[in-house]
Design a protein around this ligand. Structure first.
Ligand code: NAD
Length: 350
């Protein structure tokens, strides 16, 4: 039986993987993240499985390959945390779960928007304290307002549909616009200038890092609501703080944060030394931070386990790998490049 070193395990991961694995793999669950220091835990294993905040740098890639591990199964959609150049050079196949429930993420983005706009987080805190005052809780109708959707892939398109359901006008921006989406594509500057709500749904890549920075914010509609359920690095946190302070941004719903890997997913409430920017953000009445939880639905967890195990089955049986990501195919919007081996043998890696 193949052995799988499963890093960054949370109780909900174990439950969904154990239910679907049904004895297929010998899964060795570790609470620690996959880092260079944690590599010895993978000794004797045939595959490794990691999550969204692991730093899969060259040292980790080399350490896995030195241990005879030829496949890394990322149980997430985003892959900005993997050194694909190193993986390609060392012959480590990387597979992922491209879509486990785009509804989970889009609905969480909508939940953040509604909670912020109607001050639900503050209202709930007040009524718990038997304070039934409505002062300061005035929101606005979403109906008739404009939503700007940045990135119109699986999640962005569902979020756009949800906004349309509210009676909002939707503007879209994408580096690879989808002509069949029926969306009204505009330049990013126009989207920022006209949108009351901007929701980010594009991947984090060198060209999208800090796409929401001081320069972009200077072009935005004053008082707009920013929702980020994609990746923290899309937003320059210092620029976000100043924009919240001066009213450029009216409210922010953040499921992700630039430096989240040091803080998210764990109880840090006892720690006195805190990330200052994050501490300021969570203290603001018009900001809601959730701990990268947009994916956390029963349906998404089951799909993550099912696709991850199917990716490993395909790898070990020599079948085509439809969820493989490789260095050469990055930046194509998901397609295999014309000279990629995936075109001929169904796998990027020879
Ligand atoms: P997707 O690949 O279906 O869509 C991404 C879209 O972004 C594509 O349409 C692509 O063309 C577009 N894009 C690429 N480069 C761009 C650029 N420079 N500018 C604008 N748009 C660009 O991905 P998806 O499944 O919709 O996921 C979107 C993002 O959501 C992921 O990259 C991931 O970071 C994030 N995500 C977050 C969670 C969470 O729990 N918070 C869970 C899953 C995914």
């Amino acid at each position: 039986m193949k052995k799988l070193a499963f890093f960054d395990t949370k109780p909900y991961d174990r439950e969904s993987f154990d239910r679907l694995n049904a004895g297929r793999y010998d899964i060795r669950y570790f609470e620690t993240r996959l880092t260079a220091a944690a590599l010895p835990l993978a000794d004797g294993c045939d595959a490794a499985c990691a999550f969204v905040n692991a730093e899969i740098d060259r040292a980790v890639v080399e350490g896995l390959v030195e241990r005879g591990i030829r496949v890394l199964a990322m149980r997430c959609a985003g892959y900005n945390n993997v050194d694909f150049k190193a993986a390609y050079e060392k012959g480590l196949t990387v597979v992922r779960v491209p879509a486990y429930s785009p509804y989970a993420i889009a609905e969480h983005a909508a939940a953040l928007l509604l909670a912020l706009n109607r001050h639900i987080h503050r209202a709930a805190a007040r009524t718990r304290d038997f304070n039934f005052s409505l002062a300061g809780l005035t929101g606005f109708d979403l109906h008739g307002k404009t939503a700007g959707v940045v990135g119109t892939g699986r999640i962005g398109r569902i979020f756009a549909d949800i906004c349309k359901g509210f009676g909002m006008k939707v503007l879209a921006y994408d580096a690879f616009p989808n002509p069949d989406s029926g969306l009204d594509y505009v330049a990013l500057d126009r989207l920022l200038a006209e949108s009351d709500v901007v929701s980010l749904h594009c991947p984090l890549m060198p060209e999208t890092r800090h796409m929401v920075n001081a320069e972009a914010l200077a072009k935005a509609k004053r008082g707009f609501t920013l929702i980020n359920t994609s990746r923290g690095g899309l937003v320059d946190s210092e620029a976000l703080l100043s924009a919240l302070r001066d009213g450029t941004i009216g409210a922010a719903g953040l499921d992700v944060y630039e430096e989240e890997s040091e803080w998210f997913y764990e109880d840090r409430s006892e720690e006195i030394r805190r990330n200052e920017t994050l501490a300021l953000l969570v203290s603001m009445p018009n900001v809601i931070v959730t701990s990268h939880q947009a994916f956390l639905t029963h349906e998404a967890l089951a799909n993550i386990a099912e696709t991850t195990l199917a990716n490993l089955d395909a790898f070990f049986s020599g079948a085509p790998l439809e969820n493989e990501i490789c260095y050469r195919c990055l930046g194509t919007g998901g397609a295999a490049k014309s000279d990629c081996h995936r075109r001929t043998n169904g796998r990027c890696m020879k």
